[in-house]
Design a protein around this ligand. Structure first.
Ligand SMILES: Nc1nc2c(ncn2[C@@H]2O[C@H](COP(=O)(O)OP(=O)(O)OP(=O)(O)O)[C@@H](O)[C@H]2O)c(=O)[nH]1
Length: 364
């Protein structure tokens, strides 16, 4: 069973929609300013480029975010959308020249690129494809129309350098972000995993237990809570030393992991020589069989424990409860019942399991 780790690719759709809306507003605000500057003969071409090409591209991007599978489309549609908007601008550039010999600003292209790369966060590979295709479009215009005369190649050079610098920036941000993700995952791991056994620690167990309990209640699935405790472990430590004691704790972890190995099982080290297992979907008989397998595994391992307590080999005691649950079932109560069953197992002579009956679950 695994804890949730935030995904690096998770997209905040609300934020994306706000950003796209801002892009739309930006285009609309350009209209007001540009129309004041452009001669009337170009107004129709201008409307086509802004409202007939760019705005529909942006609107399409916006509407696509409502698709249920948008997450899988995100990186593909984003760069194509920005490229469409850029080519809308190229088209206007050509129209201004052919209809009125007017030199329309090319710099907007860079602005669209920066918006896509740094605000919409198009990833490096797609940013690169965007930059190359934008440069190809611009080169085609310069070659076919003398809009910028002799300094066309300089304009192209500026665009090339602008994109190159932006791409370096995108790469650096991506690398930094990946490093941050790795560190974050490491921290999450250290925070949840017991270093001696590599099992979940108590904090992670409590979180998972909560979630498994609500799944069991929602899906009418039986849940089992096992508490497993090594017998007379203090004597073992005193007799054989702490390092050998650590080996036994690791062995216990290994046994539990082997027996409770399904996706719906969670094994944790609760603390010291005590372990907790939560398992979904077992009948009471199956839970008993699993507890018996844990005891048998220690018999099979036959690890000597000849010190102090008088027991011959290392063993453990197990208290468990297997029950149906509902929304009102408390994690704490299940734990208490498994714990008192463990207490009973210790009292009856250890190296055994005791099952708490689910009728004890009702509050006293
Ligand atoms: N080697 C080792 N020992 C540990 C670790 N954590 C706790 N212990 C020891 O586990 C022992 C637990 O002893 P107790 O709680 O008295 O229980 P016990 O001797 O196992 O007796 P019962 O549980 O009644 O069978 C203590 O001696 C702790 O020092 C650990 O990480 N490594």
């Amino acid at each position: 069973m695994y804890m949730d780790v935030p995904s690096e690719t998770s997209i905040n759709l609300k934020k994306l929609r706000i950003t796209l809306s801002m892009g739309g507003l930006l285009i609309l605000s350009f209209i007001g300013i540009d129309l004041l500057l452009l001669p009337e003969v170009l107004h129709q071409a201008y409307y086509i480029s802004r409202l007939g090409i760019q705005f529909p591209f942006l609107l399409t991007l916006y509407l696509l975010t409502f698709l249920s599978n948008y997450h899988s489309l995100h990186k593909h549609v984003l760069w194509l959308g920005v490229l469409g908007i850029t080519y809308g601008n190229f088209w206007l550039l050509v129209q201004c020249w052919t209809q009125a010999e007017l030199v329309f600003a090319w710099e907007g292209t860079l602005l669209y690129g920066l918006f896509g790369m740094f605000i919409l966060r198009i990833n490096f590979i797609y940013s690169l494809m965007y930059a190359v295709l934008s440069l190809v479009g611009f080169a085609w215009i310069i070659i076919h129309y003398p809009i910028y005369g002799e300094i066309g190649s300089i304009k192209f050079g500026f665009m090339l350098c602008g994109f190159a610098v932006s791409l370096v920036g995108v790469k650096q941000i991506e690398s930094g972000f990946m490093r941050f993700q790795q560190l974050n995952n490491q921290l999450l791991y250290l925070n949840q995993i017991d270093p001696l056994t590599q099992l979940y620690n108590r904090g992670a167990m409590e979180q998972n237990f909560e979630r498994m309990l609500s799944i069991a209640a929602r899906t009418n699935t039986r849940i089992s809570v096992f508490i497993v405790d090594l017998d007379n472990f203090k004597d073992f430590n005193d007799g054989y030393g702490h390092l050998r004691g650590d080996d036994v704790i690791q062995l216990q972890a290994q046994i539990l992991r082997q027996i409770f190995n399904r996706e719906t099982d969670m094994v944790a080290r609760f603390g010291g020589e005590e372990f907790v297992v939560i398992s979904l979907g077992n009948t009471n008989e199956e839970a008993k069989a699993q507890a018996a397998r844990v005891l048998a595994a220690w018999q099979h391992k036959n690890v000597a424990h000849g010190k102090g307590s008088g027991q011959r080999i290392v063993s453990c005691s197990i208290g468990f409860i297997n029950t149906e649950v509902d929304k009102s079932t408390e994690k704490k109560r299940l734990f208490e019942l498994a714990d008192s069953a463990l207490y009973e197992a210790k009292n009856r002579g250890r190296a055994r399991y005791v099952s708490a009956t689910s009728c004890e679950l009702a509050p006293a």
